[in-house]
Design a protein around this ligand. Sequence first.
Ligand SMILES: O=C(O)c1ccccc1NCC(=O)[C@H](O)[C@H](O)COP(=O)(O)O
Length: 215
Amino acid sequence: MSASYRRTRIKICGLTRAEDAAAAVAAGADAIGLVFYAPSPRAVDIAMAQAVVAAVPAFVTVTALFVNPDAAEVQNVLDSVRIDLLQFHGDEEHDFCSQFNRPYIKALRIRQASDVVEACLRFPGALAILLDSYKPGVPGGTGETFDWALVPDQQTKPIILAGGLTPENVGLAIRQVAPFAVDVSGGVEAAKGVKDHGKMTAFVNEVYCVDQQSF
Ligand SMILES: O=C(O)c1ccccc1NCC(=O)[C@H](O)[C@H](O)COP(=O)(O)O
């Protein structure tokens, strides 16, 4: 009889360089994220995104992140770059998110437990709900954790835990929340938009290690 084993999926977000994407894949990331939000220090344009994606093989999910975009902006990215999944990080509603004939996840900046329950209902088409930290005026990528106790034990959609995760705290986060996936950006950076390859490897190894102990 084989032992059951549940693996927490890993997304590394905010990639701007092909060499970082290759290192993220080599470390074991299941997904990478491209930030199409001009004010972000991790923003990519179409040419940069194409270069990053060229380093990503099959079976690794390329996610395009937007904050309150125009539909035309999203469509332009979809027409130009290999994108597997959309991530909406602003005030977009389900009708907007679901118009692109592409699966999407919805990010929620969590303030109270009921936010999670409500988001699962408000975004029936979302593949998952990404929970991030709330910081007034900052749509995401804060590098700050939130109170993980706010995540209810039972949810109706897969949960992606984000916000201030690092190689040092991701093990505790998985033990406490048992999310479907974890999402990291600032915690594995050498500088804004530049990933630290050693930190990415340490992060992935910590997730694997805790999964083996916990599930
Ligand atoms: O990364 C950004 O600059 C950013 C800007 C606007 C909206 C979202 C943004 N990033 C989101 C992410 O990278 C992740 O999904 C998540 O928030 C984790 O970020 P971090 O706390 O840095 O690990």
